[in-house]
Design a protein around this ligand. Structure first.
Ligand code: DP6
Length: 393
């Protein structure tokens, strides 16, 4: 039996992918740019195993056995095997053995955070390790989920849409590594919102079919904005970075509202968070915090390390939680990083200038993280999710 275990990170786009020109190959209508988040706080972990003794392919996701018939999963597996066959690295007999896949996230799936990017990046990375496939993996991961192609790399990553009909040039490239902007921090505010959202693949298909604004965005605004964003990242120009990220998020959600029927992803809590960010930035006279929202109500905030205590203070003040498990703290009292708690109490005067009401229990919790590395192989036996017989542990 051969077995490989890997982790892959989550990524958050600051210039959004929204809309495909080819549904089957998952080819986008514009370039996008994202930050890969550190795996310590959030990652997908996947063990893949092949054996001549397995009689069928099987997959377990977050503790549940699922059907292997999922077309995106089938596509990824087929394409990795095709590359392995072409490279001649793997004997055909090994490619014919049945496979077992077991995957889990280290963050609650109930949080509604896009987990498909980390999940498919992890699956493809693990399969490539198993079959000895080398080279660019973004084209393979893209066929599981578009945004997954950006999770095969660390740091800041740009997915170029390409022009090839077969998508061979629709690839992700690293703009800079995680070490480039060491003071960049990310805070994800998970909203307390049970509303069922339209999945992003359905939402974007609907937008492509009905929104003139989306066409305008893809052809006119994004091509210019993404160049400015890449430069802001290269130059570590936070004010420009934050302003562009907010603009792009708002434009994506505007195209969602321009869609028929409209896709409404931001909730009243999302708008309250956006309001708070704009008030903070107004107070400082320059953007010191930027937000972005994916296909859901959770806010992803970007800020520099020096401003973390201030933001944490304001989030605790305006979004108190009555969940006593963590003494009403959306950061769950976690003291994993002194950056969070240092400076508490210094910012009382700021509250009076904000002119905002508090929103008890609007947030479920908060995640504090930074920019991180791409996928990694885990070699410790205790890390494997499948035992020596290929069963979930
Ligand atoms: C809003 O990658 O989940 O997060 O390609 O259909 O799987 P599919 O869509 P997905 O879309 C992500 C959209 C987004 C923006 C982004 O990550 O760029």
């Amino acid at each position: 039996m051969d077995l490989v275990t890997c982790t892959a990170p989550v990524n958050i786009a600051v210039i959004k992918y929204w809309g495909k020109r080819d549904e089957e190959l998952i080819l986008p209508i514009n370039d996008s740019l994202s930050a890969t988040l550190a795996s310590e706080q959030m990652h997908a972990k996947t063990t893949v195993s092949i054996s001549p003794n397995f009689t069928e392919d099987r997959i377990w996701l977050n503790g549940q056995e699922e059907a292997m018939a999922n077309p995106r999963l089938v596509n990824c597996l087929r394409e990795v095997k095709r590359r392995a066959r072409e490279s001649g690295q793997t004997p055909q007999t090994r490619l014919d053995w049945h496979i077992r896949i077991c995957s889990a996230n280290n963050f609650p799936t109930a949080a509604g955070l896009a987990s498909s990017a980390a999940g498919y990046a992890c699956l493809v990375y693990a399969l490539c390790q198993l079959y000895g496939v080398k080279g660019d993996l973004s084209e393979l991961a893209r066929q599981g989920s578009g945004s997954a192609c950006r999770s095969v790399l660390g740091g800041f990553v740009r997915w170029r849409m390409g022009s090839d009909a077969q998508g061979h040039d629709s690839l992700a490239h690293q703009v800079v590594g995680p070490e480039h902007w060491p003071d960049m921090r990310i805070i994800i505010l998970v909203a307390n919102d049970g509303q069922k959202k339209v999945p992003s693949s359905i939402g974007m298909k609907r937008s492509v079919g009905t929104s003139e604004l989306l066409k305008f965005r893809a052809e006119n605004t994004v091509p210019k904005r993404i160049e400015a964003m890449e430069k802001a990242v290269q130059d570590r120009d936070f004010a420009t970075f934050a302003a562009l990220a907010m603009k792009d998020s708002n434009e994506m959600h505007a195209t969602c509202l321009d869609t028929t029927p409209p896709c409404v992803y931001m909730s009243s809590t999302s708008h309250q968070v956006s309001d708070l960010v704009h008030k903070i930035n107004e107070h400082f006279g320059t953007p010191i915090v930027g937000y972005t929202f994916d296909a859901g109500p959770n806010a992803c905030l970007f800020l520099l390390k020096e401003h973390v205590p201030l933001l944490v203070h304001l989030v605790r003040h305006y979004f108190p939680t009555s969940d006593t498990t963590f003494k009403g703290d959306p950061f769950r009292g976690r003291d994993f990083d002194v950056e969070i708690s240092s400076g508490e109490g210094k910012f009382q005067s700021l509250e009076s200038s904000m002119d905002m009401g508090t929103n008890p229990d609007a947030l479920k919790y908060a995640i504090y993280t930074k920019v991180g590395l791409g996928p990694e192989v885990l070699t410790n036996t205790s890390d494997h999710l499948l035992d020596e017989l290929g069963n979930p542990k």
